[in-house]
Each structure stands twice: as C-alpha cells, then as structure tokens.
Design a protein around this ligand. Structure first.
Ligand code: 4G3
Length: 262
C-alpha cells in the first residue's frame, strides 16, 4: 500500500516513519509513505499556500491552486490513488473503514491547515472525506497518521512477533478482554485465577466472557447493532440470572423495604 501525504509540514511525518510498526512495514515493503510539501507547488516568491476567506471573517483558507497541483503530482506517482481529505466534516473513521481502505492500492491524504481548504478542491479532486472524531485540530496531519497506522497494522506481517490484529478490540465487534502479566500480585490485586490454571479451554471461555461483559459495561452501543452468537447469549443469560437472584434475595429485606415484611 502506497501512502502519499500532502502537507505544509512534511517534517511532522519524520518520526512517525522512523519508529515502530510504520518503520517495520516500510522496511518489509508492505507500505511506502511519502510526505509531499504543498508549498513546493505554490507559486510566487513567497510560495503562499493560504489566503483570506471570501466574504470576510477570521482565519485563513488554503488556496486551491497549490492543492490541485500537489494532488496532480501525487496522482502522477500513484494514478489509481484514492484521495482522502482529513476534516471534521468527514465520515467518522472506525475499524470497519480501516478494513475497507486496506484494499485500496494507494492513498493520497490531503492534510488541511487553518480553517480548511477552498471548497472547490473537494468536488473535483477528493474521493473521500474522513474525520477521526468530533473535535477540531489545527491540521489534518495527526488524523492522517492515525488513518495510516490503523490501516497498516491490519496488513499481514506489519505487526511484530506473534501479535495479530485478529483478536483485539473491535476486530469482532466487541471490546478486547482484560490482560495481565507478572507479577502475580500487584498493589494488592491478583489476576483472575483461571488465567494461571493452564486450562486453555477455561481460559478461552473467560476471555470471551471478559470481552462481552466489558462491552456491556463500557460500550453498550457496540452490541445494539451486532448479532450475538449462541455462546454469547448464554453468557449474558447467566449474568442476567445471577443478577436476578441477587435482586430477589434483597427485595424483601433491603433497607428500603417496609418493616415487618420479612
Ligand atoms: C477544517 C481533521 C479543518 C477543514 C482536520 C481541515 C479535525 C479533523 C482542518 C479541513 C482538522 C478530524 C484541519 N481537525 N476530526 N483540522 O478528523 O479540511
């Protein structure tokens, strides 16, 4: 996969490329990453890339000509590339979109600054507008790196060692289970005994249950749209029954119940 970032701050991508999974993926020829300076495509002595907005108001807008020229140059390097604009107005990025985008051959990531880019660039030059979340940043560079990283780590061979993207949060629509490592006791807390039991069937069962319950507690919304397996429904029913038993045992003797009813 070929990534080309268009930015007025290409240096922001320097350390991103030189560390961790992105560096390894480049070394292994799984991806390439080029940061192209939009300013190189601006004309005039001062190579200006921004201008005051028509209609007045504060802030600056990125001029269309340097953007169009930079996009044309990028398309020369990768003719079939998908052009992505990072902006707060974009489609909300998530794991499913990362999986979708993994299959494109090359991607041009247009990183705007200031109040954004001249809107005319959107219509003819941008294939997809993406937002990494509902907040405003000073530039699209960090969002671009997030999109690149989320996609890259899905490419087989990009993750180091034995780790894989197959059994982590969102990969199957629920949150990841809890994780523990040595020491066996830390600040008075011990890992669930089953994880030290060596019983791999029980460990798998615990992980499934941990994932599901954590999702119920932290991200109920994920379960509203996802089909549950028989096993998952069984787990939830068991919790439901346990909770019901606790409630039934309490209801006639709790601190709020009328006196003389027990
Ligand atoms: C407006 C992306 C702002 C238009 C970019 C670029 C947040 C996100 C910008 C534009 C950004 C996001 C730069 N801020 N939520 N700022 O993904 O094209």
């Amino acid at each position: 996969m070929k990534f080309i970032a268009l930015t007025i701050f290409p240096e922001l991508f320097a350390s991103f490329r030189e560390h961790g999974i992105i560096r390894r993926a480049i070394q292994r020829n799984l991806i390439s990453l080029e940061a192209v300076n939009i300013r190189d495509f601006a004309s005039g002595k001062h190579r200006v890339t921004d201008d005051r907005p028509y209609g007045g108001g504060c802030g600056m807008v990125m001029k269309p000509e340097p953007l169009a020229a930079a996009l044309r140059a990028a398309r020369g390097m990768a003719p079939s590339a998908t052009a992505v604009l990072l902006s707060p107005q974009g489609r909300k990025f998530n794991q499913a979109m990362a999986r979708e985008l993994k299959s494109v051959q090359s991607m041009v990531l247009l990183c705007g600054r200031y109040e954004g880019i001249d809107d005319r660039i959107l219509h003819d030059h941008v294939d997809l507008e993406v937002s990494i979340g509902d907040y405003v940043l000073t530039g699209g560079e960090l969002p671009a790196m997030i999109v690149i990283e989320a996609i890259t780590r899905l490419i087989p061979g990009a993750l180091g060692g034995e780790s894989s993207a197959d059994n982590e949060s969102f990969s199957n629509g629920v949150l990841d289970c809890g994780h523990f490592t040595r020491p066996p006791e830390f600040e008075g807390q011990s890992p669930p005994g089953v994880l030290l039991s060596g019983d791999h069937r029980k460990i798998e069962q615990w992980r499934l249950e941990s994932s599901l319950i954590r999702t119920v507690l932290k991200r109920k919304d994920l379960l509203e749209t996802r089909a549950l397996s028989r096993e998952e429904i069984e787990i939830l029913k068991n919790w439901h029954n346990d909770i019901e038993k606790i409630i039934r045992a309490q209801s006639s003797s709790g601190p709020d119940s009328p006196s003389g009813t027990e």
